[in-house]
Design a protein around this ligand. Sequence first.
Ligand code: FAD
Ligand code: DLZ
Ligand code: SF4
Length: 508
Amino acid sequence: MSKTLRLILGDQLSHSISSLGDINRESDTVLMCEVMGEVTYVRHHKKKVAFILSAMRHFAKRLCEQGISVDYVTLDDPENSGNFAGEVARAVTRHNATRLIVTAPGEFRVLEDMKNWETDLGILVEIREDERFLCSPEMFESWANGRKQLRMDFFYREMRRHHDVLMVDGKPVGGKWNFDEENRERPDPSLKVPAPLQFPPDEISTEVLNLVGQHCADHFGELENFGFAVTREQALQVLEHFIANRLPLFGAYQDAMIQDEPWMYHSHIGFYLNIGLLVPAEVIATAQNAFDSGSAPLNSVEGFIRQILGWREFIRGIYWLRMPAYATENFFRANRPLPEFFWTGDTPMNCLSQSIGQTRQYAYAHHIQRLMVLGNFALLAGLAPKSVNEWYLIVYADAFEWVELPNVSGMVLFADGGYLASKPYAAGGAYINRMSNYCQKCRYKVAEKTGSDACPFNYLYWHFLIKNRDKLGTNARLGMIYRSLDRMSEEKQQTIMNDALQFLDALN
Ligand code: FAD
Ligand code: DLZ
Ligand code: SF4
C-alpha cells in the first residue's frame, strides 16, 4: 500500500490544519521534527525555542491519543540531520513513503526549500493552502492589484464585509469602521492591571527547558519562569481570561505604557495564534460575542478585531505579495549596526531599557513598545534594516518572518518607501511621555530639546527629518512638520544636528 507522510511544522499545531484534513489513520503517519536549523537560522530567544518545542511535543501527544500514528524526531536524536529536508528524506526511507502532504509554511525560505523536495526525494509532494488565515495570498493579490500604495483601513473594511464581522444591514456596527479616537487614553499608573494567566511547566515542558538550556545556552533571553500555554486547552483559557478581564479596557489603554508593567490590557495571544493553538476566526467570534452580550464596549472589541482581521491579514498579504524583494528593501539606505544595548538593555534611556529588559525576560513586548519605543529608535538612529529585522525575529516568541518582516521593514523602518504606511511612525520624546510614565524615571529630560540632558529622541527626530528631506519632503502628511522645521533658526538646526551626530557616534 502506498504510504503517505503528513508533515506538521512547529507553527502548524492546529487540529484543523489542511494537511491533516483527509488523514487515513490506518496508513498515514504524521511527521514532526525538532531541527537545529530552525532553532539557529536566527538564534531565537531561549523561551521562544522552549515554547515551540514544548507545544510541538504536546501536540504530538494529543495526536497519538487520537489514534494517529506520529513519528516525532527530537532535537537530541543522534541521527537528526538538523533540517526539514534531511528529516523528510530520512522519514521517507523509514516509512517507505511515496507521498508527502504539508500545509504551506509561513516563511518564504521554507517554501522555496519545499518546492525542491519532489525532485530531490522522488516522491509526490502536495503543498496545501494554509486555511487558518482569513485572506488567501491570491485574494490579497487581487485586492492589491492596481493599487500603488496599500492601506490597511480599506483592506479591513473589505474583510469586515466579506466575513460579516461587526456589520449590521451592510453597515459597520456603531456607524463607524474605527473607534480609535476613544483608544488613546494616557496611562494611569494606579490601574490594577490583571495578572496574566501563566502555566507552570509540566513534565514535558521541564524536559524541553533542560534541552534548551543545554543547546541554546548562548542564545538571547532568559529561560526562567516559563509560563506560556503549550496546549490548545491552555491557549483557550488565555483567550477566555483576556475576554473576561482585559478586553473591556483593551481599547482605552491600547497605546499606553507603564513602568514595570509589561502586559497592560493586551491579549498575549499572538504566540498562540502564530503557532496554531488558536485560530483567528474563533478569536474574532469570541470577541464579537463579548460585544453582543454587553460584556465589552465597541471601542475595545472593534479595536481588537481590527488587529486580527485587519492588521494581521494585511501584513501577511504584503509578505507573500512582495517576497523575496521585501527582505532587502532599504529606502533610507540606513546602515548603522545594532547597538550592543539591544541585547543587554543596558542604556540610560529608560523607555528602551524597560522595553528591552521585558523582552529579555518574557520574549514579549506589546505593540507600542515595539513600534514607538524600540522601532522609533531604530528608525531615527538609522539602524540597518537587516540587523533590526533579525533582532525582532530573534527576540519575540510570536515572531515568524511573515509577520515580523512587514511590521519591521514596512511599519517601523519605512524601508519599503511607503508601500505599507503612509508616513514613517517617527516621534520625539513627547509622544513617549504622553503615553507612558517612563520619562519620570529617566536620566534624560524629555522637555529639553538639545544639550547633554536632553531626551535623545528629541534631537534624533529632527535630525532624521533634516537628513531625509530629499525622500520625505514631498510627503503630504509631513508638510506641517517640515513647515515647523523651516521656522526653526539655522543655529538651532545646527545644534540639533551636532547633538544627534555626537549621540550617534557614541552608539558605535
Ligand atoms: P494584542 O495587542 O492583544 O493584539 C491582538 C492580536 O492582533 C495580536 O496577538 C496579533 O495577532 C494581532 N496584531 C496586532 N497588531 C498586529 C500587527 N501589526 N501585525 C500583525 N498582527 C497584529 N506580531 C506578531 O505576531 N509577530 C511579530 O513578529 C511581530 N513583530 C512586530 C514587530 C514590530 C516592529 C511591530 C511594530 C509589531 C510587531 N507585531 C508582531 C505586531 C504586534 O506588536 C504583536 O502582534 C502584538 O504585540 C502581540 O501581542 P498581543 O498578542 O498581546 O497583541
Ligand atoms: C521557530 C521554530 C523552531 C525554533 N524550531 C522548530 C523545530 O524544531 N521544528 C519545527 O518544525 N519548527 C520549528 N520552528 C518553526 C519553524 O521555523 C516554522 O515552521 C517555519 O519558519 C515556517 O514558518
Ligand atoms: Fe525615553 Fe526620552 Fe522619556 Fe528618557 S526622556 S524615557 S529617553 S522618551
